[in-house]
Design a protein around this ligand. Sequence first.
Ligand SMILES: Cc1ncc(COP(=O)(O)O)c(C=O)c1O
Length: 484
Amino acid sequence: MFEERAECDKLATLLTQLNEHLDVFQQFDHSDAVVNSELWQLALDKPVPEIGIGAENVIAEMGEHVIPNGSQIPKPGCTSYITTAATDIGSVATLAGITASPQRIGLTAFNYLEGLALKWLADMFGLPTGMQGVFSSGGSTANLIGLGAARQWAFSQVGLNVASDGVQRACRVYATEQSHYTIHRSVAVLGMGRKAMVHIPIDDKMRMSVDALKKQLLKDRELDALPVAIVANAGSTNAGAIDPLQEIGEMAREFNIWFHIDGAYGLPGTLDPAVHDQFEGIALADSITVDAHKWLGAPVGIGATFVRDQKALFETFNQGAADYIESTTVADHHIQNSMDSIGFPYHDLGVELSAPTRGAIVWALIREIGIEGMRARVCRHNAMARRVADQAKQHPNLELALEPTLSICCFRYVHEKARDLNTLNKQIHRQLMKNGVNIPSTTMIDDKFVIRPCFLGARTNWHHADDLVNEVVEIGNNIMSNNA
Ligand SMILES: Cc1ncc(COP(=O)(O)O)c(C=O)c1O
């Protein structure tokens, strides 16, 4: 009989071996992996092995073929999308959690830190007192959870229990076209159908028009549809715009509609005194989301939802009783062992049962640098976006597409002799990708194809703003002089 021999007691040795490769990776001078993809795919494309090669050889293969061909996202100059790599403490705390508490359940320090970290987030961002939080895998699930609670509450207002009886009425969810598409998906997954989404027009700053919202809500009073939620952006993905939260929140109260704020990216922006006022309306939120794996520097897989009505959350997501966990629900005075209690049952407040211990990671991130450290990061990144905006306004070959609110700045290269600025800026962006140092993404603002850096990563510093602007100008000038 063949004996399996997975290493289970050589972690420190294996980590030392892995570290050599990670250290090299973290010098961030690896080239664009796409260029070499044929080579590493060839090296990795093997049939499922009958006999394993052992842990040390796996790490050696990782070091040779996998890690060097990893993502461009951790590079300090990467300002694409709204994502980043974990800080060191984020990576280390992840390993600690995986090793010492593979699940968030149990009467453990990890289960405790799940709650403490949620409380710290709520305190740090000034959320209304009494909000109940739950971690999940990111903004997509966090929005789903918030809107699940909204759906439960809205149906309860007309005497229905949607969790047990299903969606029996046509629903309406109000948001702008700038809302993240995970909002649309959540509405569909929750059985309301994508057609339930009603797009409220935006103003010239890409924020929800409150007048248009009011008109729509008044008009919809004539309908038989159930208004389930108004969804506002506290930092839109496209441009970092913050909807007028206070006015929207007041309107939600007036019309007795659940007010959901998607702060997956932007909620930490409230730490910056320059934009803090724009977050005032979070006091009116019924549910609000934030991703730790964006601005806070956690590894991917950590979002949080906070809701005012804990009952709605529990009624939507509780998993019901199960015989096989009865033995762990002993009375408090019989607890002798961490396995005698499930700890706080976070699995009743979201869509996951098995889940990693995310709170310990968030706790570690905040414990390392405190609120002041987080504030410094957010302020630096927001100021970097404004700095790019200033340069775009001053430079004769640059144009600002939209005044930044948070850490996203949309701008483009312009030239009097260019025939098609959208094509030109696409070319510039392709070249930036190819060079692989300053790596922004792009978007469309008023039919203009624009360069769109989102400054977010802990490693992304002041000079990355200047470096990006200089590289855009240099590439644009080169293309124009080659075309001349
Ligand atoms: C505003 C907003 N909401 C939700 C999401 C989805 O978050 P995740 O990618 O963590 O699922 C994003 C992602 O960028 C976002 O920017």
